[in-house]
Ligand binder design. Sequence first.
Ligand code: 6GU
Length: 232
Amino acid sequence: MVKAMLGEGVLGRAVERGVVTVGVHDLRDYTSDRHRTVDDVPYGGGPGMVLKAEPFVRACEGIRRDHGEPASVALMSPQGRPFRHAEAVRFSQLRHMVLLCGRYEGVDERVRDQLVTDEVSIGDYVLSGGELAAAVVVEAVARLVPGVVGDAESVRQDSFARGLLDYPDYTRPASLDGHAVPEVLLSGHHGAIRTWRKRQAVRRTRERRPELLEHAVLDDEERAALSALENE
Ligand code: 6GU
């Protein structure tokens, strides 16, 4: 599933071009029993199964041997620190990192003690497995690696890079079932368009994610737009 996802789209093309490399490893390949067992019952009892530490340890040994010491070993888990743009930037600057996917109800704590340098959550909800979360992190991090996205300017303009939500976009037709595109976008007046977009971005952010404005770096026009909204 993870291999299929990472082979698609912007990331898949970047991998084909050799700009980034992604390896996917199956924990079962790092077991030594006939049934390739990756989980076991929890010591002390209780519901559910716990992922064994050994397959993680052996997998990391193999990865270290083949690719050298990773700059981060991140465990995907709902107990982790929230994954945000700042973490994506930090990870994008590492030469090599490992993402460990937890599954079932838990992971033997010695995985954290012996291997993990970062524990990462993609949001306040529970996924049965960390695989989708890992794919989310890989996608978000890879976008920030130079050369992965063709247009570097579009990455710089991305909403969380600036700390504001995006302004609304429109494309043809100019009128759809009586719903017109805002006049200013058809005006050809680039200054007026830029000002309108900044106002829209500030308005949306204030309405939907006001907490983002505490850390957003605003230019003069954006600050003016925000004061205008606050005086409405
Ligand atoms: Cl990283 N893993 C799992 N299993 N569930 C999650 C998560 C990660 N982030 C939010 N929920």
